[in-house]
Ligand binder design. Structure first.
Ligand code: ADP
Ligand code: MG
Length: 244
């Protein structure tokens, strides 16, 4: 058995008086897809953000491929790029073309040549079905298209793990499936993924494990079948009764 790709070990974090992450122990294996669900305010986004050190933690440790992310500097930029992140709001660079959005990081952080970065970017844009829009600006694309560009941009850094924080929550309903389809494909190719989502269909078909959070804690953790068919805690039962 190789060691897990992501190790969270006794992680605690406070925002002032709010104990937002409480004794989080969570490992993600290579090629594993973990779906994180839970009510609003339960700490899901904060958990994601600690994994790539957008948020510091107060206690415990987080290892990516055996290493902690350094606190700052060039090394942080390099190692943080090992953790790709896709947010609810697509966060593309508004004044750069789609192609530039995807090539900027690999050139700046990975030291790729422009040519090499562009060739790879076009491959990735092809993969998410946007290659014919490469010269457009983000505002010219639909929300679903922009989110697929955001996925391509994250993949362009050759991350070891991809984090998705409610990637379809800001999309019009008809655009949700085009983004979920790309994510399902990544999952089936063996991409290591942590996905915060309310899309239970995705969880059922892509997750190996569902992690249920409430009040800053991991309350329950199980296979999707077991979790959805037979949740063990009252809090999970209550949550599922409201969303299913
Ligand atoms: P979720 O993603 O599950 O909805 P979050 O991780 O966004 O939950 O938030 C968990 C709790 O932490 C919420 O009560 C939220 O208001 C609070 N919180 C999030 N970010 C900050 C911050 N930067 N400063 C203070 N409180 C925060
Ligand atoms: Mg959130």
């Amino acid at each position: 058995m190789s060691e897990p790709l992501v190790v969270m070990d006794g992680v605690n974090k406070w925002f002032g008086d709010l104990h937002v992450l409480q004794d989080i122990d969570l490992n993600v294996d290579r090629r594993e897809v973990v779906v994180v669900i839970g009510p609003s305010g339960s700490g899901k986004s904060t958990l994601c953000r600690t994994i790539n050190r957008l948020e510091p933690i107060d206690q415990g440790r987080i290892l990516i491929d055996g290493e902690p992310l350094p606190a700052e500097g060039k090394e942080l930029a390099r190692l943080r790029a090992d953790v790709g992140m896709v947010f609810q709001s697509f966060n593309l660079f508004a004044h750069k073309s789609i192609l530039q959005n995807v090539t900027l990081g690999p050139v700046k952080v990975r030291g790729k040549s422009k040519q090499e970065a562009e060739a790879r970017a076009m491959e990735l844009l092809e993969r998410v079905g946007i290659a014919n829009q490469a010269d457009k600006m983000p505002a010219q694309l639909s929300g679903g298209q922009q989110q697929r560009v955001a996925i391509a941009r994250a993949l362009a850094m050759d991350p070891k793990v991809m984090l998705f924080d409610e990637p379809t929550s800001a999309l019009d309903p008809e655009m949700i499936s085009e983004v979920l389809d790309v994510m399902l494909e990544l999952a089936s190719e063996g991409t290591t993924m942590v996905v915060v989502t309310h899309e239970m269909g995705f969880a059922r078909s892509a997750a190996r494990r569902v992690v249920f959070m409430d009040g800053g804690r991991i309350v329950e953790e199980n296979t999707p079948e077991a979790f959805f068919n037979d949740p063990q805690t009252a809090r999970a039962q209550d949550f599922l009764s409201k969303i299913l």
